[in-house]
Design a protein around this ligand. Structure first.
Ligand code: F6R
Length: 365
């Protein structure tokens, strides 16, 4: 049931404050302001040398964000790859490591094959899944459920932000178990996480501005997304979402890679969407943005008030987001990215919930 929405995708975008709150409540103790370690967890984060993450598509981008979190908050190295590459690479793995698989459906063929490889390599198998009865869930030692509810739109939205919520909570848990985070640090991060839904509600208020902007984007034949740090995976996710449902060619790039090639594409016809909360790497991204502006590129900047003031460029449009703690920015910044793709596609008249050539669950390789 789409309720009052025109598409399942719109409904699912708007459900995110609720489902993210529900998912976080599963991993956080809101009285004690701590993370909740799942019962019977078959490993201790303190003893892990590294985590191997494998997934496809949007779930892969959630894993890439998690790499930033695990490495920074828990000093835990993360190797990550798309499942279709990982499964054939014959990566050597030290027994007793943690292999994490992220999948909304829990049925993705390449992800499942990677899981079976890791099992043969004697890894602990953890799954971040939305469908608890799925094959990937059944074959795992421990399940970290996302509580997104059924996702009907083929383009993943709420499953993604729920995956991020689980992974952020896990990274804080890992940081605490590894002695990287103090009890105070943990409390501060848990508090920040609990504020995510409220900030998502604020971000959703940008919808009318985004809808107007989408009319402009719909005229483009190519769009570049840039981000740095944990905004880099979001840039790729934004590009994926846009191409899936609007069929406009888009690419996501690490902002610092701009000068190593893609800058050659910049002209006044190609919109450049820059995802840049005012964080530790903002100044670096701002200088990349200035390079784009100097070449006549049209910039759409997604940032907060401080970022808007410090950008130092003329933008075609600036989406001013709420000022959020750095750790939760990926969840909150997912909203404008999804809305941009959605409204561009609606404007172009594509079949948003069932884009051509795509299936909700990819059970063949
Ligand atoms: C993108 C999208 C796909 C899936 C990918 C993995 O919007 O939906 O890229 O994320 O096929 O699917 P799951 O998560 O079911 O393994």
């Amino acid at each position: 049931d789409k309720g009052n929405y025109r598409h399942f995708m719109a409904k699912e975008i708007h459900e995110q404050p609720d489902v993210v709150a529900r998912t976080l409540a599963h991993y956080l103790d809101l009285n004690a302001m701590t993370t909740k370690v799942p019962e019977g967890l078959p490993f201790d984060f303190a003893n892990l040398q590294r985590v191997v993450i494998t997934a496809c598509g949007t779930a892969f981008y959630a894993g890439l964000v998690a790499k930033y979190w695990f490495e920074r908050l828990a000093r835990l190295p993360v190797d990550i790859d798309v499942a279709s590459e990982f499964r054939y690479r014959e990566t050597p793995l030290d027994p007793g490591g943690l292999a994490l698989f992220i999948s909304q459906s829990g049925e993705t063929a390449d992800t499942l094959a990677s899981l079976r490889y890791c099992k043969a390599e004697k890894q602990h198998i953890g799954a971040v899944v939305n469908v608890k009865e799925s094959t990937i869930a059944r074959e795992s030692d421990v399940i970290f459920p996302t509580i997104a509810g059924p996702e009907i739109g083929v383009a993943s939205t709420k499953a993604f932000t729920c995956q991020l919520s689980v992974l952020a909570s896990m990274a804080v848990m890992a940081g605490r178990q590894r002695g990287v985070l103090s009890a105070d640090d943990e409390g501060r991060l848990v508090r920040a996480l609990t504020e995510t839904p409220r900030y998502m509600v604020d971000a959703l208020k940008l919808e009318p501005q985004i809808e107007r902007l989408a009319r402009n984007l719909a005229k483009a034949s190519d769009i570049l997304y840039l981000g740095r740090g944990s905004s880099y995976p979001l840039a790729m996710e934004g590009a994926l979402k846009l191409k899936e449902i609007s069929y406009i060619h888009a690419e996501g790039y690490a902002a610092g890679e701009l000068k190593h090639g893609p800058i050659a594409l910049i002209d006044e016809t190609m919109p450049v969407i820059v995802i840049a909360p005012y964080d530790k790497v903002f100044e670096k991204t701002a200088s990349n943005m200035q390079e784009v502006a100097a070449r006549g590129g049209r910039i759409i900047l997604i940032t907060d008030q401080k970022g808007a003031a410090a950008a130092g460029v003329e933008t075609m449009e600036t989406l001013v987001m709420p000022d959020v703690p750095a750790t939760i920015a990926p969840m909150v910044y997912s909203i404008p990215i999804q809305l941009l793709a959605y409204h561009t596609a609606v404007f172009m008249g594509t079949d948003v919930d069932q884009p051509r050539n795509l299936a909700k669950s990819v059970t063949v390789e």
